[in-house]
Design a protein around this ligand. Sequence first.
Ligand code: SF4
Length: 474
Amino acid sequence: MTTATAPTTTATAECRDADLLDERKKQVHRAGQGPVDMACNRESLAGAVSQRACVFCGSRVVLYPIADALHLVHGPIGCAAYTWDIRGALSSGPELHRLSFSTDLQEKDVIFGGEKKLAAALDELIDLHQPKAAFVYSTCIVGLIGDDLGAVCRKMSEKKGIPVIPVQSEGFKGNKREGYLAACKAMFQLVGTAPTDSVSPLSVNILGDFNLAGEIWIVRGYLERMGIQVVANITGDGRVDDIRRCHGAALNLVQCSGSTLDLARMMKEKYGTPHLRVSYLGIEDMADSLYAVAEHFESVDPGIVERTRDLVREELAALMPRLRDIRRDLSGKRAAIYVGGSFKAFSLIKAFRHIGMNVVLVGSQTGTQEEYQELETVCDPGTVIIDDANPLELSHYVRELDVDVFVGGVKERPIAHKLGVGFCDHNHERKIALAGFEGMYNFAREVHASVMSPVWRFVPRRSKRAAAPSGADA
Ligand code: SF4
């Protein structure tokens, strides 16, 4: 593919206007132009340089925030460096998760096997750090040489008296979604291994929030004001002992498209624990999520719905006046969204509407056909919907659609900066909490600061836009 340089005036349902590789054309759709029939949820096209992460990275990002566990990457040092401290997942106590350990496999280990090295590393690290559990991640090379992770972990678990859990996350065996499943299978080995005596009938586990910038504390605060006990954070600010007894909770709240849904399904099957899909991003989704939880517990605690209404009313009374000025400045500006799971995109589209902005591009690494079909129903006509994009495609659409702010993660940041477009980190590295009602204000303020920065007038493409008649672009 070559990068297109001129804005396009015609568009078809398959986006033939964009200079896409032929095999990628069925992974792009424009809202309102024919039925959504995306060739998504499959392996990335070889050579297309996907934005996706590997299986190992998927499992690592899910398990990483468990703060009192040891995380040992069995593989070459590059894999560990790739995922070292990549999330701003905060802990209210231990911070063992912030350290990244690797067996640093070398050529000799690849030839003769790395099991001895792994056993020695576990022996030393467990004695040194006294973790509550250890997760051992398999990487590409381990899958190729065939080290028996399970056997090493079993022996070490018996020797040290703590759970030592293999994470079958060989990078090549799929995409990030398989990594989520590997992480859920690993966590499920802990679930149900501790007593649930002190768990209230009004209790939940929070799944799929990683406590970036302290977000899980905001959500826990709301739930506690409603009178609900949170048994386990899975996994932001997570603790091994909480996960071990989380099967005692009455309900699982599952955020995010795919990362912990498999764990919720396993718990439903084995322990009968129901789950609700929720989102804490944006005003409607945060309020709807709290109301859904309240309705679930209404038969146990009839006053909970009224308490929830009071909470939402109080929060909105504080938030709405603060959004007004921001909305005035941002009205009509254009946003692009590229996220890991498409579920988050729904909340972001609504959040942008609250601040008067139009979403013109929305995409995800791992969306499914159903999710994209549903996504189209909330998009404005003409919005480009893209699956498993690569940097050249994203750059093309950011230019063509004349975007003012790009919301993405660590791999999208340089695209925005190189194109002279504002950026809002909604993923790994963010330092500002964007969840809940206060998170909505933080989000609006961050987007405002980025879009309204005077620096953009020095970017050649943007300066031409300022000088050109309305609607024209360089
Ligand atoms: S597991 Fe494989 S794909 Fe993933 S970082 Fe390591 S070498 Fe790369």
